[in-house]
Design a protein. Structure first.
Length: 358
């Protein structure tokens, strides 16, 4: 028997969401199977809502569906060179209309909705279907939602409307109820680690580091790539060294670390992710010392064991709670260093305490 053909999703360069087809998307096999079946049976809904956590692949699936609808069945293959697939990948397909939040308010403007409706009303000029793709659909304000409501409820026969969001509950109910929801779940961590090793040169084939990123990203390929781009791997050891120094020398060292982390490429979100990963592993080293496989930083199990032994279990739990509370500030705080300074004081006190502080 010949060697099994390796899936394009398993190795190769990183590509942008609009370049994806079903064959190149990691995971989501049930979603791809469902969409493929509905297209083949001419049962695809007129309005589809892709939802799921940030970075799971919703945009990639939406672009891949746009290709397949206009290039069935060849459009799911990585080697398809037909015009719809090539033009969508390059962003020049006339029958694909994209709208997204813009301007200082970060909302989808009503002017964009009016323009999209006018373009959607005309017949396709290059493909089989005309597609309206709405990114961050939860950013539609009431005026924009009211403008698009009639179109989403009764789109032209040649039209397909795709909405993408990580917050479906924030979409106006009248819009949400008229869409067929498709939930995009996370990817199994070991599978994601394999995918990262085959694609990210910075990992240099190191599966342990890939596993660390995959678990920290919680099975979200896009988030994993963002963490790597933010320099998380480079800052990982610096954070551990600062933790060790802090518990040996006191707050002076860790406050300097707050500045270093705030200045890093990852910003507040990256710093919080690193701190959470290390303190989570310190907790694991205490409650399940025999289960090294549960550690995110498995390659530093002995250091974690020694450091964790000097901290109280309730204190570690409370430290993790303190870190988790700051995640909500990651995308709306102007001075990350101030957040990190106050956090590290709380974390340091909590980790050394014998019981949670009230």
């Amino acid at each position: 028997m010949g060697k099994e053909r390796k899936s394009p999703a398993a190795s190769g360069p990183i590509i942008e969401p609009r370049e994806h087809v079903f064959e190149t998307i990691l995971g989501h096999e049930n979603v791809k199977r469902l969409l493929r079946t509905m297209i083949a049976g001419n049962r695809l809904p007129k309005a589809v809502l892709f939802h799921g956590r940030p970075g799971v692949g919703k945009k990639s699936l939406a672009f891949a569906l746009a290709k397949l609808v206009n290039c069935f069945p060849d459009g799911e293959r990585a080697d398809c060179a037909l015009p719809p697939c090539r033009k969508i990948a390059r962003g020049v397909f006339l029958d694909l209309i994209e709208i997204a939040p813009s301007g200082p308010g970060g909302q989808i403007r009503v002017e964009s909705a009016h323009e999209a409706e006018a373009r959607l009303a005309t017949s396709p000029s290059e493909g089989r279907r005309k597609i309206l793709l709405i990114f961050d659909a939860h950013r539609m304000n009431v005026a924009t939602a009211n403008t698009l409501l009639k179109t989403i409820e009764e789109p032209p026969r040649h039209a397909l409307i795709l909405l993408v969001t990580d917050r479906p509950g924030m979409i106006v109910p009248t819009i949400r109820s008229r869409c067929s929801p498709i939930r995009c779940g996370v990817i199994e961590s070991e599978l994601l680690a394999d995918w990262l090793v085959g694609r990210v040169a910075e990992l240099d084939g190191d599966r342990q580091r890939a596993r660390f990123i995959a678990m920290l990203a919680e099975g979200r390929p896009g988030h994993a790539l963002a963490l790597i781009a933010a320099g998380l791997l480079k800052n990982r050891m610096q954070t551990l060294e600062s933790l060790v120094a802090f518990h040996r020398e006191g707050y002076r060292v860790f406050m300097r670390t707050a500045w270093q982390l705030a200045e890093g490429q990852g910003g507040l979100a990256g710093a919080l992710s690193l701190l959470f990963a290390w303190y989570r592993d310190l907790l694991v080293s205490q409650v399940a010392p025999e289960a090294a496989g549960l550690l995110l930083n498995k390659d530093h199990a002995e250091t974690l064991r020694r450091l964790g032994a000097s901290m109280s279990l309730p204190g570690l739990v409370h430290a993790l709670e303190q870190i988790a509370r700051r995640f909500d500030l990651a995308d709306r705080i102007a001075m990350p260093q101030l957040v990190l300074e106050s956090l590290l004081v709380d974390v340091g006190i909590a980790a050394k305490s014998q019981s949670p502080r009230t």
